[in-house]
Write a protein that binds this ligand. Structure first.
Ligand code: NDP
Length: 466
């Protein structure tokens, strides 16, 4: 059999889908899985793609099956499994071979591996789109040396999703951990997007008393407008679906405890390190954590009574609120990426990131086209100040304010939407209240402050000194 163009380790959900995608695009691929039976079954079930799939029973056989210089994709759980595989490959590979960690690695780990001086070339790669994306076209965010990316770019651009203009959603983001960093922020935004949709769902269900099918039709309508996106589309689909066991609407039979694998939390933690405000994402992470505390929430309801009461809102206002919330959330996410770029010396290309997210990934949406354009006009400007988005905000903000204030007055938890609004109001307040914080800090810690009038006195008359 002809030598493989590329190899892949880990034929789980993502690895299997990615391997078939690669084979389908014409690249012979050698595959190995820790559990040998999985490799055998994968090859047996590859159907018409089988001639381009080379199953390997051992790591040595995998390495031997790949044309030099070799490229091997790792698709195993992040963390120890990646380190174990890198260790196992070390004695088998040559200096010019390339290993790509395509799992959801913590970007700090990718940086560490990059700096550790592995005995082969190394790329960290974020892949988004779930199983379906991996099979038919994911968004791909690469990190590492440009020459290494260039080597695999023909494969990556061939298997990636394509935006409406035909551009492949695959690009090198920057050095080392940059690809996994961008993927991490993507996931943080994903948490926030999902949470805001869930909040308006809650207002419709508990405040407006709408049944799931009615909510589905509203989501479907929104998906035809500026909110057109994968997450709104699947929200329409899941609210329309009926439970085959009971006939009830599917969301009504699902426990309201949200799981997480940690990338949203990583985003929130990293934002704190970077001093980058991302309150909508932080609120979404917090909301998942609160959702997990079922017993406490039960006790809370028993003691204080259920919060969410009737709330007279129009779907059009909710749509506008979601538009505003989404813009604010993305503005925060892109600003965080900008902060990381400065802090880590990565020169991350914000418009390119928006373009890569336009298709294939979970947060794909029509609005990302406009974001890419707005960021290209001036990557250093906050997205809310781009004329296109400033005008959208002008139109949508009254609705966000109305939805949040009415919803909160009626007892609905709206952490993400409200956090967006709070951030926006701070962002448009030229003279805020940190003057008082500074006075307090000087009072108790003699930290000093800057004066508005230029007088050269950094302390108040309360005894603080330099
Ligand atoms: P799965 O659990 O479906 O598959 C894991 C694979 O890794 C299996 O092939 C398993 O082999 C192998 N594996 C596990 N531990 C080891 C180890 N110690 N050494 C060697 N191989 C090992 O995971 P997914 O495919 O869902 O995820 C893979 C990576 O992709 C993860 O980093 C995940 O976060 C990321 N990812 C997942 C997405 C998704 O939607 N599922 C989306 C984007 C990224 P075995 O058969 O022997 O158990």
């Amino acid at each position: 059999m002809a030598q493989a163009r590329i190899g892949l380790i880990g034929l789980g959900t993502m690895g299997a889908a990615l391997a078939l995608n690669i084979a389908e695009k014409g690249f012979p691929i050698a595959v190995w899985n820790r559990t040998t039976e999985v490799t055998r079954r994968f090859a047996a079930e590859a159907g018409p793609l089988a001639p381009r799939v080379i199953p390997a029973g051992t790591l040595e056989a995998l390495v031997a099956a790949i044309a030099r210089p070799r490229t091997i994709i790792l698709m195993v759980p992040a963390g120890e499994a990646v380190d174990a595989q890198l260790d196992a490959l070390a004695p088998l590979l040559e200096a010019d071979d390339l290993v790509i960690d395509a799992g959801n690695a913590d970007f700090h780990d990718t940086n560490r591996r990059d700096e550790a001086g592995l005995p082969f070339r190394f790329l960290g790669m974020g892949i988004s789109g779930g199983e379906e994306g991996a099979r038919h076209g994911p968004a791909i965010m690469g990190g590492g040396a440009a020459a290494d990316w260039d080597r695999v770019a023909p494969v990556m651009t061939a298997i990636a999703a394509r935006a409406e203009d035909g551009a492949p959603c695959a690009a090198r983001m920057g050095d080392a951990g940059a690809g996994h960093f961008v993927k991490m922020v993507h996931n943080g935004i994903e948490y926030a997007d999902m949470q805001m949709i869930a909040e308006v769902y809650g207002l419709m269900r508990d405040g407006m008393g709408l049944e799931a099918t009615a909510i589905s039709r509203i989501f479907e309508g929104w998906n035809g407008g500026i909110l057109s996106s994968y997450l709104v589309e699947i929200s329409a689909a899941v609210t329309a679906a009926r439970d085959p066991h009971t006939g009830a609407a599917m969301p009504d039979v699902i426990l309201d405890r949200a799981g997480q694998k940690g990338t949203g939390r990583w985003t929130a933690i990293e934002a704190q390190h970077l001093l980058a405000p991302i309150p909508v994402i932080e609120a979404a992470v917090m909301a998942r954590n609160v959702s997990a505390r079922l017993d406490e929430r039960d006790a809370g309801q028993a003691r204080f009574g259920a919060g969410a009461g009737p709330c007279a809102l129009e779907p059009a206002a909710l749509e506008q609120a979601l538009i505003a919330g989404k813009i604010l959330c993305y503005a925060q996410g892109f600003a965080m990426i900008g902060a990381a770029s400065d802090s880590f010396g990565w020169t991350l290309d914000l418009p390119q990131i928006a373009r890569v997210w336009r298709a294939g990934c979970i947060i794909r949406s029509t609005m990302l086209n406009d974001m890419a354009e707005a960021l290209a006009e001036d990557p250093g400007r906050n997205l809310i100040l781009a004329p296109f988005f400033a005008e959208l905000i002008d139109r949508a903000m009254p609705a966000l304010r109305q939805v949040v204030s009415q919803g909160i007055a009626a007892g609905h938890p709206l952490p993400a939407l409200a956090s967006g609004l709070m951030w926006f109001d701070m962002m448009r307040t030229a003279r805020g209240t940190a003057n008082l914080i500074q006075a307090q800090r000087d009072f108790f810690g003699a930290h000093g402050f800057e004066r508005l009038d230029g007088i050269a006195d950094r302390h108040g008359p309360w005894g603080g000194t330099d």
